[in-house]
Design a protein around this ligand. Structure first.
Ligand code: NAD
Ligand code: UDP
Length: 319
C-alpha cells in the first residue's frame, strides 16, 4: 500500500466511547494518525471534542455492522456497547455489532494487511467456576440468557479472529478486558462504578443489585490503555488471548462503602433484585500479561475512584 507519511495510521472503532476516547488521545500523543469510527450509540462527540482540532485526528460516523474502506496500518476494534443496560436495549444489534463488526473489521485488516486488536471481555468466562480466571479456561456461559447477546457475540468475535489468523494469516491480538472505570464514563452508563458515584454525589440511594456479595476487580482506565498499546506492539506470533485488568477483587458492597467514604456522601444503601446470570465472582489472573506485556496495573482502587469522583463532580457542574 502507498504510504507517504512516517506516521502510523490507526483506526479505532468505538473511538468516541469511554475506553476509545482515551485510546485515541494516547495514540495521537504517541504521534500516530488516528481515524475514529463510531455510530454514537453509547459514545458521544463530547468525549473526543478536544481532539477534533488536531489535523492528525479524523472522525467518521460509521456503524461497524457495515463494511468500512479506509487505508490503515493498525485497527483497535472497540465498537460495542459495554454496559448491560445498553447492550440489552437492542440485543440483536449487540450481537450484530460483535459478529458482523468483527467480520467487517477483519476483512478490512486482511485487505490492507493491518494488524488488528479485539477488545474482548472477561464476559467470555461467563459466571466462572475457575477463580481467578486464566486464559485457558473455556468459561461457563448461558447461551440463551439476557447477557448472551454480549457474551456469545464476543465469544464468536474471538472465534472469527482466530479463524482469520489461521485461514488468512491476519495478524491478530485479543485482549480480554476486565471491569474498567474512570473519567468519561457516561453518567447514565449504568455500570456499577459510575452508578454509585453519580448516586453518592447526588445524595440518591446507592442501588446494590442482590446482596452485594458478588465480586468484581476494577482497573483504572489509564492502566488498561497502556496494556492495549503494549499488546498491539507485541511480536506477530503473540496473538493472546490475554487477560488485562486489575487483580484486586472487591465485593460490590465494599465498593459502595468505599464510594460513600470517598465522596463523604450521606446516601443510604438500598438493595434491588439481582439481574439474571449476573456473575458471582470475577478476578483476572494476569500472569501472562505480566510476562509478555511486562505490565501490571499501577493504580489502586481508592486512587482511581478519587480521580473518577473528581471527573463526575466536574461533569455535574458543567452539565
Ligand atoms: P462504551 O459504550 O463507552 O464504548 C463503546 C463505543 O462503541 C461507543 O462509542 C459506541 O457508540 C460505539 N459503538 C457501539 N456500537 C457500534 C457500532 N455498531 N458501530 C460503531 N460504533 C459502535 O464502552 P467502553 O467501556 O468504552 O467499551 C469499549 C470496548 O471495550 C467494548 O468493545 C467493550 O465490550 C470492551 N470492554 C470494556 C470493558 C470495560 O469495563 N470498560 C470491559 C470489557 C470489555
Ligand atoms: N451493580 C449494582 N448496582 C448498580 C449497577 C451494577 O449492584 O447500580 C452490580 C451488578 O449487578 C454486577 C456488578 O455491580 O454484579 C457489576 O456490574 P456492571 O454492570 O458494572 O458490570 P458487569 O456485571 O458486566 O461486570
Amino acid at each position: 500500500m502507498r504510504h507517504y507519511s512516517p506516521r502510523k495510521r490507526v483506526l479505532v472503532t468505538g473511538g468516541a466511547g469511554f475506553l476509545g476516547s482515551h485510546l485515541c488521545e494516547r495514540l495521537l500523543a504517541a504521534g500516530d494518525d488516528v481515524v475514529c469510527a463510531d455510530n454514537f450509540f453509547t459514545g458521544t462527540k463530547d468525549n473526543i471534542a478536544h481532539l477534533l482540532p488536531d489535523p492528525h485526528f479524523e472522525l467518521i460516523r460509521h456503524d461497524v455492522t457495515f463494511p468500512l474502506y479506509v487505508e490503515v496500518d493498525e485497527i483497535y476494534n472497540l465498537a460495542c456497547p459495554a454496559s448491560p443496560v445498553h447492550y440489552q436495549y437492542d440485543p440483536v444489534q449487540t450481537t450484530k455489532t460483535s459478529v458482523h463488526g468483527a467480520i467487517n473489521m477483519l476483512g478490512l485488516a486482511k485487505r490492507v494487511k493491518a494488524k488488528i486488536l479485539q477488545a474482548s471481555t472477561s464476559e467470555v468466562y461467563g459466571d466462572p467456576h475457575v477463580h481467578p480466571q486464566t486464559e485457558d479456561y473455556w468459561g461457563h456461559v448461558n447461551p440463551i440468557g439476557i447477557r448472551s447477546c454480549y457474551d456469545e457475540g464476543k465469544r464468536c468475535a474471538e472465534t472469527l479472529f482466530f479463524d482469520y489468523s489461521r485461514q488468512h494469516k491476519v495478524r491478530i491480538k485479543v485482549a480480554r478486558i476486565f471491569n474498567t472505570y474512570g473519567p468519561r464514563m457516561h453518567p447514565s452508563d449504568g455500570r456499577v462504578v459510575s452508578n454509585f458515584i453519580v448516586q453518592a454525589l447526588g445524595g440518591e440511594p446507592i442501588t446494590i443489585y442482590g446482596e452485594g456479595n458478588q465480586t468484581r476487580s476494577f482497573c483504572y482506565v489509564d492502566d488498561l490503555i497502556e496494556a492495549l498499546i503494549r499488546l498491539m506492539a507485541t511480536p506477530d506470533d503473540f496473538t493472546g488471548p490475554v487477560n488485562v485488568g486489575n487483580p484486586d477483587e472487591f465485593t460490590i458492597l465494599e465498593l459502595a462503602q468505599k464510594v460513600i467514604a470517598l465522596t463523604g456522601s450521606k446516601s443510604e444503601i438500598v438493595f434491588r433484585p439481582l439481574p439474571s446470570d449476573d456473575p458471582t465472582q470475577r478476578q483476572p489472573d494476569i500472569t501472562l500479561a505480566r510476562k509478555v506485556l511486562q505490565w501490571a496495573p499501577a493504580t489502586r482502587l481508592d486512587d482511581g475512584l478519587r480521580k473518577a469522583i473528581d471527573y463526575f463532580r466536574g461533569a455535574a457542574t458543567t452539565g
